[in-house]
Design a protein around this ligand. Structure first.
Ligand code: NAP
Length: 273
């Protein structure tokens, strides 16, 4: 653990906020006692208080004890929270990290009235709960040091990558919504498996483990999907027959079109309210 422990306030301790808190503590980046967790129904945080975290519904008090402030409420809850924080924020001290979808760094500075506030955005996905998130990190003005710290924090709950802020809505579609896309693909594979003879629970397990193996081949061997596909497609074989049938039915096209549609929608959510 570093000599000066990270002091964090996680405002909005729901799925994402709590997963991050637990990841940071598990990785030894800070201790539970240095993390203040907030939510309005604070009673729901009782088990976390027992585990050593500070818990409160008072967001202003939480940021008074922190250098890093994580915003993890829903998009529609954010402006009210920022209004509440504005007077207590100190741009010289506080680094704000927002996981809120569709809200820019500039939106946050504008809402708080602090033009010099350091804001970094992070876009994790729900695999954060098992420390397997793909998290995209971006800012319009934060320093390399701040961005590096945020990457280090999210590396405790998966893998992080630094991107340009204008690509954050695309990251939402590919990585956050992407969880659902790949889950649907696994479900479809298991349904196919049931039709060719397996009980549903076996088919799902077989499809999910096969999907995990496919992803691991790419990540561990650093290869391209087509290289790995070539290894399983023998001439006149069953794999290429199945694969080509899927392509005739629009498999790749459906995924590409779905991701493009999601990205358009992700870009308009905050503005539409
Ligand atoms: N889920 C995803 O895949 C995903 C991926 C990337 C980014 N995000 C973003 O991450 C954010 C959080 O998502 P989530 O899934 O963790 O949502 P969530 O489980 O609903 O968590 C939000 C939490 O905020 C608390 N809250 C609301 N208003 C508050 C306030 N004024 N002060 C303190 N706490 C407050 C809520 O508790 P109370 O009602 O008790 O206050 C709740 O526990 C969202 O903005 C979402 O867009 C989500």
């Amino acid at each position: 653990m570093s000599p000066t422990p990270l002091r964090l306030a996680i405002l909005g301790s729901g799925n994402i906020g709590l997963a991050l808190a637990k990841g940071l503590v598990k990785a030894g980046l800070t201790a539970a006692e240095h993390i203040t967790l907030t939510r309005r129904s604070v009673a729901a945080l009782a088990p976390l208080a027992q585990a050593g975290y500070q818990t409160t519904s008072d967001n202003r008090a939480a940021i008074a004890a922190a250098d890093i402030v994580v915003l993890a409420v829903l998009p529609q809850q954010l402006n009210k929270l920022l209004d509440e924080l504005a007077a207590g924020l100190d741009p010289a001290r506080h680094l704000l990290i927002s996981v809120v979808s569709g809200v820019s760094c500039q939106d946050i500075r504008q809402q708080t009235g602090h033009a010099a506030l350091r804001v970094v955005r992070a876009m994790p996905n729900t695999a954060i709960s098992i420390a397997q998130s793909m998290t995209c990190v971006a800012s319009d003005s934060a320093s390399d040091t701040d961005l590096g710290l945020v990457e280090k924090m999210f590396d405790t709950v998966g893998v992080s990558i630094r991107i340009n802020e204008e690509l954050m809505t695309s990251a939402t579609a590919l990585c956050a919504c992407g969880i659902a896309f790949f889950l649907r693909a696994i479900r479809a594979a298991s349904q196919g498996g049931t039709e060719i003879g397996f009980h549903a629970h076996d088919a799902l397990k077989m499809a999910a483990q096969t999907a995990q193996g496919a992803a691991a081949l790419l990540l561990q061997l650093n290869t391209h999907p087509e290289q790995e596909i070539d290894k399983v497609t023998s001439p006149k074989g069953c794999t290429i027959a199945g694969l080509n049938e899927m392509e005739h039915q629009g498999f790749s096209s459906a995924l590409i079109k779905g991701i493009k549609t999601s990205a358009v929608k992700a870009g308009s959510l905050y503005k539409e309210g």
